[in-house]
Write a protein that binds this ligand. Structure first.
Ligand SMILES: [Zn+2]
Length: 65
């Protein structure tokens, strides 16, 4: 998963890191399922320019039922 080859579309760098946003009220939730706690999001970003290369739901199973 972590050795995927990415090239930044903004600056051409291939130096990426993964960050996490969410926790608690900032988690992503399906709009029609308010009872779920939701999941944080994982962002893969360029370490040189900050461009976001990928955004994904960390725990997709929590958004399914
Ligand atoms: Zn970049």
């Amino acid at each position: 998963m972590s050795d995927q080859r990415l090239t930044c579309k903004a600056c051409g760098s291939n130096s990426f890191a993964v960050g996490e946003i969410g926790h608690g009220y900032a988690n992503i939730r399906p709009v029609n399922k308010r009872m779920t706690q939701g999941s944080p999001l994982l962002l893969t970003y360029c370490q040189d320019s900050g461009e976001i290369a990928s955004m994904k739901v960390k725990e997709i199973s929590k958004l399914k039922k």
